[in-house]
Design a protein around this ligand. Structure first.
Ligand SMILES: Cc1cc2nc3c(=O)[nH]c(=O)nc-3n(C[C@H](O)[C@H](O)[C@H](O)COP(=O)(O)O)c2cc1C
Length: 191
């Protein structure tokens, strides 16, 4: 795992702002699991909350409900095949770390492992679960955030190799952000 800088909790919101795909990791009774998720969102600055919508049929839903914790590990484009595989198979059919070759790394605040190869991590304790149609929104209180300095320097460095994230278009299609633009208007609040 490349060295990652510990960040302010509110940087979790910036990590999720451009809408990248993440790997949701969980641990229940010594059994780790990974799931690809695209339905992620920043929810609150202070306290810092993020959300992930998970269908009740997923093993991840069961593990988050039972352990009341999860981590989001944000991959870059190098991991596209492993990320897609974690979105096609259930952990009920086998260990996805072993199947994809991804490596677990110790988290600082929760039991669930991080994904070592990813460029950023957000560790969360569940504070709420809201049923919305056919998915449940798990609200995570952010406990720790870290990122590779080359990929994220306060915002994602989308023009570097490291900062090229995966954005899901549908089915097996993904896109990457290739260019950043800067507005010249004075901001009245940090977003
Ligand atoms: C790109 C992509 C994004 C996905 N996003 C979500 C999501 O946000 N929520 C969800 O419940 N399932 C999502 N899925 C489906 C799960 O990743 C998939 O059902 C997975 O096999 C569940 O694994 P589990 O049973 O081990 O938890 C996504 C799949 C892909 C390929």
């Amino acid at each position: 795992m490349a060295d990652k800088r510990q960040l302010e909790l509110r940087d979790a919101l910036r990590l999720l702002a451009p809408g990248p795909v993440a790997l949701v990791s969980t641990l229940y009774r010594d059994h780790p699991n990974l799931m690809t998720a695209a339905w992620l969102l920043p929810l609150s600055l202070s306290p810092t909350y993020v959300g992930v919508a998970v269908q009740p049929s997923r093993l991840t839903h069961e593990f988050i409900t039972k352990s009341e914790a999860f981590a989001l590990s944000i991959p870059n484009v190098d991991l596209i095949d492993a990320v897609h595989a974690c979105g096609l198979r259930s952990g009920r059919d086998g260990d996805k770390f072993a199947a994809t070759g991804l490596n677990p790394a110790e988290a600082t605040e929760i039991e669930a492992p991080l994904v070592a190869e990813c460029v950023a991590h957000i560790e969360c304790a569940v504070v709420d679960r809201i049923s919305l149609g056919d998915h449940d929104l798990f609200v995570g209180n952010v406990l720790a955030v870290s990122a590779d300095a080359e990929a994220f320097d306060g915002v994602w460095t989308v023009t570097t190799e490291a900062g090229r994230l995966l954005h899901h278009l549908g089915a097996d299609r993904y896109a990457g952000l290739g260019r950043a633009y800067r507005a010249t208007t004075e901001p009245d609040e940090r977003r």
